[in-house]
Design a protein around this ligand. Structure first.
Ligand code: OAD
Length: 237
């Protein structure tokens, strides 16, 4: 029984790291990026999620992010998010590493968390560099402005940009020290995030993957559990 084995490894883990992607929020009603209905099926990343796109047409980029914020604002955490928050409570050394820009993990109770790709709910000033939380939906005016008068941008990582250094360092540290590295709801194709379970495995961790389908990681994972995060993750508690 793969589920029972995975559950045993997790219960015995002194150090547990969890990496999540858009799949964990799919059951909350948020679109993933790839696959049927995925955002990158309907929108071109180079027109919406690059520094060049923002420079060319900040209004268009902000309209897209404003739309995504309005969709996210209506969503609630699901059983998968809640199961991960519960795993954190039960594990001494724990880190949740998410590629998601939503705040559903926090809303489910996760505390030890790093956002590798930033947050939809934070903004950053292009002029003074100031960062702030911003939960206004819809945004008005668009593009939003900083108190200094400068234009704000979403505090997310765009294609061609580096990941936030501190978040990446914490994620790598967790990969080095994890006994178990659980990967849930990610296609495992976007680097450097996708490298983390490989790093963990090289440092002795057992890798467990939860996904609807086979991914680039599946051949490397010690246990692969096929199905929805909301169905499988609570069963690992
Ligand atoms: P993807 O959309 O690439 O992949 C979602 C994965 O979740 C797929 O492997 C699906 O099979 C799986 N999945 C979907 N629904 C699921 C469910 N209910 N339960 C379990 N698995 C499910 O999303 P990510 O891998 O997160 O980056 O994408 C990584 C990055 O690519 C994103 O953070 C974003 C995007 O470009 C940036 O914006 C920088």
């Amino acid at each position: 029984m793969k589920v029972a084995e995975a559950k045993k490894w997790i219960a015995q883990a002194r150090s547990l790291a969890v990496l999540t992607g858009a799949g964990i929020s799919a059951e909350s009603g948020l679109p993933t990026f790839r696959g049927p209905g995925g955002l990158w099926r309907n929108f071109r990343p180079e027109q919406l999620a690059t520094p060049e796109a923002f420079h060319r047409d900040p209004q268009l980029v902000w309209e897209w992010y404003d739309w995504r914020r309005s969709v996210h604002a209506k969503c609630e955490p699901n059983a998968g998010h809640r199961a991960i928050a519960e795993l954190e409570k039960r594990t001494q050394e724990f880190l949740l590493i998410t590629q998601n820009v939503d705040s559903l993990h926090e809303r489910a109770g996760s505390k030890r968390i790093v956002h590798l790709h930033g947050s939809l709910w934070r903004v950053r000033c292009l002029v003074c560099g100031g960062e702030a939380e911003n939960t206004q939906v819809p945004l008005d005016p668009l593009p939003p402005r900083c108190a200094c008068g400068g234009m704000l941008r979403p505090d997310v990582v765009w294609f061609g940009e580096a990941l936030p250094q501190e978040a990446m360092e914490r994620a790598l540290q967790a990969a080095y020290s994890a006994d178990v590295f659980l990967v849930a709801g990610t296609a495992s194709v976007v680097y450097p995030a996708a490298a983390l379970p490989h790093v963990a495995k090289q440092h002795g961790a057992r890798v467990i993957e939860v996904n609807l389908e086979a991914t680039e990681l599946s051949a490397v994972a010690d246990i692969t559990l096929r199905g929805k995060c909301g169905g499988i993750l609570p069963g690992l508690l």
